[in-house]
Design a protein around this ligand. Structure first.
Ligand code: ATP
Length: 323
């Protein structure tokens, strides 16, 4: 194998650029020529890719987002789409691929390996929902950004005796909400994995008020059945006597674009370096992640077949700590 390619796919995550830089430079050190594919799997199908030199990836380690761009490519879910991508690779003499991305992206990577094209995945998503990696690239930075906002909202909430509902990202996965709720000292956490009704949340806040709290902080994942605005409307309509004023804030994409912190830069650099090492050793079909402090390779077949559950004990802990 002499020529490999790298792409970023799915939602952008802080640290993706550090991973691209590491693939390019460690790839070159292994003797590969490295191509960058633009716009994820879309660029594979359309053949939008270019050689990257060590200098091309200079000055990007500290940047959020991804210099290669990312896109959702429905066509890649079809065999015909993937066949087109493989044709584009072979036309350029590219014989291996590193896919930096989350769950959907690694499902695409697995589908490609099943068609005989060597791929190594690198675990990167702010959702932290990938089996095969306890922490994924981007989640630490996204958590810190959410936390900074939560800390500020808590200060103003205390001053005005308010309830703040803070909506953080997480379409299907409540990891960010759960962890930022624990780290931010939330009174309640609402996540997609556990169904709650608005009434029980209102009661929790009422009880917090009775226990003498000067504020109420509720962290809500965007994919929960009731989002922050819906819960706020419910409280205003049915609980005028809540004891607090109610405000809702949606953090949205602010959580994505941040400058990657040290943890994400180092994680990205190490995972991506292992990805090129695997290709250099003639291995593929694995996801490179972090398990018990070690850089590990987990078969993509296992990664895509097993969803990563949230630890229910953490939700219980959050409830105890809100006393
Ligand atoms: P994030 O968790 O940050 O949103 P993700 O990798 O899970 O990232 P998705 O939008 O789910 O993001 O997937 C990205 C791309 O991966 C899709 O646009 C599609 O091209 C490809 N993909 C997703 N699922 C499949 C599949 N079942 N087969 C082939 N390709 C897929």
């Amino acid at each position: 194998m002499q020529r490999i390619a790298v792409l970023t796919s799915g939602g952008d995550a802080p640290g993706m650029n550090a991973a691209i830089r590491s693939v390019v430079r460690t790839g070159i050190a292994h003797g590969f020529e490295v191509y960058g594919v633009l716009q994820g799997y879309r660029g594979c199908i359309d053949g939008v890719m270019k050689p990257l030199t060590a200098r091309d990836v200079g000055g990007i380690i500290q940047l959020g987002g991804t210099i290669l761009g990312s896109a959702r490519a429905l066509e890649f879910k079809t065999e015909e789409g993937r066949r087109k991508a493989i044709r584009e690779f072979y036309q350029r003499g590219i014989e291996g691929l590193v896919v930096i991305g989350g769950n959907g992206s690694q499902t695409g990577a697995y589908a490609l390996t099943e068609m005989g094209f060597p791929v190594v995945g690198v675990a990167s998503t702010i959702d932290n929902d990938l089996t095969g990696s306890e922490m994924t690239i981007g989640v630490d930075t996204a958590l810190n950004i959410a936390l900074e906002a939560i800390d500020r909202l808590k200060v103003t909430a205390s001053s005005h005796h308010r309830v703040f509902l803070v909506e953080v990202m997480g379409r299907d996965c409540g990891y960010l909400a759960l962890m930022s709720g624990i780290a931010g000292g939330a009174e309640a956490i609402v996540i997609p994995e556990v169904e709650v009704n608005p009434e029980s949340i209102a009661l929790e806040i009422e009880h917090a008020y009775e226990r003498g709290k000067s504020h109420g902080l509720i962290v809500v994942a965007e994919g929960a059945k009731y989002n922050a605005q819906t819960l706020a409307s419910y409280f205003r309509e049915h609980h005028k006597d809540l004891g607090f004023d109610v405000r809702a804030t949606t953090l949205g994409h602010v959580q994505r674009g941040g400058t990657p912190g040290a943890f994400d830069r180092i994680l990205a650099t190490r995972l991506a370096a292992e990805a090129t090492e695997q290709l250099a050793q003639g291995r593929s079909g694995v996801l490179i992640g972090l398990l018990r402090g070690e850089i590990t390779a987990t078969p993509l077949s296992e990664v895509v077949a097993n969803p990563k559950p949230l630890d229910p004990k953490l939700l219980e802990l959050a409830k105890v700590l809100a006393m």
